[in-house]
Design a protein around this ligand. Structure first.
Ligand SMILES: Nc1ncnc2c1ncn2[C@@H]1O[C@H](COP(=O)(O)OP(=O)(O)OP(=O)(O)O)[C@@H](O)[C@H]1O
Length: 507
């Protein structure tokens, strides 16, 4: 890709970007939130049309008007949010991606799929329904969809964000085997140590430009961070103990169902004190999101209690719970945390409407509202052309900053936060961690749900492990020997009998 330019109203998303990928190479694309990585990849996959520049494959100039054009040229993409039809089988999903006019029957597709899976070592049951497959296997199906169409260049956008460490290792093994067989892979990633582990070269983007391309063997995470952000980034992973006060949030034997009606939260108990971060460790899908939603009142709880300062929240609406001091940063920033059609400024006010009304007309004061939004944008480093652009047009990381900033500016009594730094660049992680630490030190009780153990160790005062809907154990984050292993074991459901005995004793 040479000299790629792409403008959106008020933003130059790509400003002469250049990217070269060799055959059989795993190439990482790195850059701050909003640097223009997704835009560049969308141009390569025919989803966006560049205003200038050219795309060549094997020296041939390509005209890409749609993803169908890209696929016809052997370029495929696995999106961060999978594009699978959940009630259908793996084979049916693969059949759906075949070009119109493909004469294959389902049986032939199944055979082709099985042979392709075998060839690349991607174990998957062709007859399983997608909705019954773990995320890591669903991702394999996405990759198989591309391989069944003989894609030679695969683009993977943040492929490890939703995977467990074990799933990540098997994905990396698959990628290495694909590269060995001559396929090229572009991987858009924020985690520097994973880039060092999997890529042979890395291109760094800044403000729409590709500023540098390094062989990974000649660089370091520190150099990459500096190149990307333009300054040294010190991600301080050391936890400093706080001075917790009284218990503010109490969850007592809470039960809640999942969307499909199964028991997602099964008698969860926990307490979070003022000035304390309680981290929740657990493999995604063990009831963490349902727990947060039940606490917020977004999901009914059919048994148990949630209390703030000793007062039950039962029968309170979500708005009333917010007024009681709860704030919430959900994992799904586009569908739950924001209204993408509204402007950044309007999103900054969501959830405050009633409070603003009570403050005697402040809400009608356009200048005040704009000033509030601008404070949020400045303090949290949101990269947006202005506070008037639609929130949905922000890059994923920048939208996350808007939501987190909006909730933190409320100075909440209790902050529920899920995956606060998923998809964020290291500079942004540094500032989010800083803000969360300050909120704790200012007395907020924070319930932090994160799939990143590093994040839990860096921020939590205590770490609770959630497994199959229960809090199986709560441990002090005291850097004691074997703590990480113990948490890993509990996350995998090990040691449950002992954990349950401890739980029964009230530890
Ligand atoms: N469809 C669109 N309409 C308007 N602006 C857009 C659109 N898509 C992207 N942008 C803007 O272009 C810039 C680059 O965004 P892009 O999503 O490419 O960044 P990114 O590097 O992928 O970020 P992240 O790491 O947060 O995903 C951002 O300022 C973004 O707001």
């Amino acid at each position: 890709m040479r000299g790629i330019v792409k403008r959106f109203p008020g933003v130059v998303a790509n400003d002469g970007a250049t990217l070269e990928v060799a055959q059989g190479e795993i190439h990482a694309l790195l850059g701050e939130n909003g640097a223009g990585k997704s835009t560049l990849m969308q141009i390569l996959y025919g989803m966006q049309k560049a205003d200038a520049g050219k795309v060549e494959l094997d020296g041939r100039l390509l005209q890409l008007h749609s993803p169908a054009d890209a696929m016809a040229n052997g370029i495929g993409m696995v999106h961060q949010e999978f594009m699978l039809v959940a009630p259908m089988t793996v084979t049916e999903n693969v059949a759906l991606t075949q070009p119109p006019g493909t004469p294959w029957s389902l049986a032939q597709t199944r055979a082709h799929l099985a042979a392709t899976a075998e060839r690349y070592g991607l174990a998957v049951d062709p007859d399983a329904k997608i909705e019954h497959l773990p995320i890591g296997v669903q991702q394999r199906v996405e990759i198989l969809k591309l391989l069944c169409r003989d894609a030679r260049l695969l683009i993977l956008d943040e492929p490890t964000a939703v995977l467990t460490p074990g799933e990540k290792d098997s994905l990396f093994a698959v990628l290495r085997s694909l590269a060995k067989q001559g396929r090229s892979i572009i991987i858009v990633k924020h985690k520097l140590h994973e880039i060092m582990e999997i890529a042979s070269r890395v291109t760094v983007m800044r403000a729409g430009r590709t500023v540098e391309c390094f062989p990974t063997k000649d660089t370091s995470p520190q150099e990459l961070a500096r190149c990307m952000v333009g300054r040294d980034v010190v991600l301080d992973a050391r936890h400093t103990p706080g001075s917790p006060g009284q218990a503010v949030l109490a969850v007592r034997a809470l039960h809640a169902a999942s969307d499909s009606g199964t028991n997602a939260v099964r008698g969860a108990c926990l307490e979070v004190r003022a000035g304390e971060v309680l981290g929740i460790a657990g493999v995604d899908g063990n009831g963490q999101s349902e727990l947060a939603e039940a606490i917020m009142g977004l999901r009914p709880s059919h048994e148990g209690a949630v209390e703030v300062d000793g007062v039950s929240l039962e029968s309170l609406t979500v708005a009333q719970r917010r007024r009681a001091g709860l704030a919430y940063v959900p994992a799904d920033r586009r569908h739950v945390g924001s209204v993408p059609e509204l402007s950044v400024g309007e999103n900054a006010l969501l959830g405050m409407q009633r409070r603003l009304c009570r403050l005697g007309g402040w809400w009608r004061d356009e200048d005040q509202i704009r000033a509030h939004a601008q404070t949020l944008v400045d303090r949290f480093g949101v990269r947006a052309a202005s506070i008037d652009v639609a929130a949905g047009s922000l890059s994923g990381g920048n939208l996350q900053k808007v939501i987190l900033g909006r909730e933190l500016l409320l100075n909440p009594k209790v902050l529920l936060v899920e995956q606060p730094t998923r998809g964020l660049d290291v500079g942004a992680i540094e500032s989010v961690w800083h803000e969360m630490r300050s909120a704790r030190d200012n007395g907020s009780a924070i319930l932090l749900i994160s799939a990143e153990l590093e994040e839990l160790f860096a921020l939590s005062d205590r770490i609770a492990v959630m497994y199959e809907g229960r809090i199986v154990q709560v441990l002090a984050n005291d850097a004691s020997a074997g703590l990480r292993e113990r948490i890993g074991l509990l996350m995998a459901g090990g040691d449950l009998a002992e954990a349950e005995a401890a739980h029964a004793l009230g530890h």
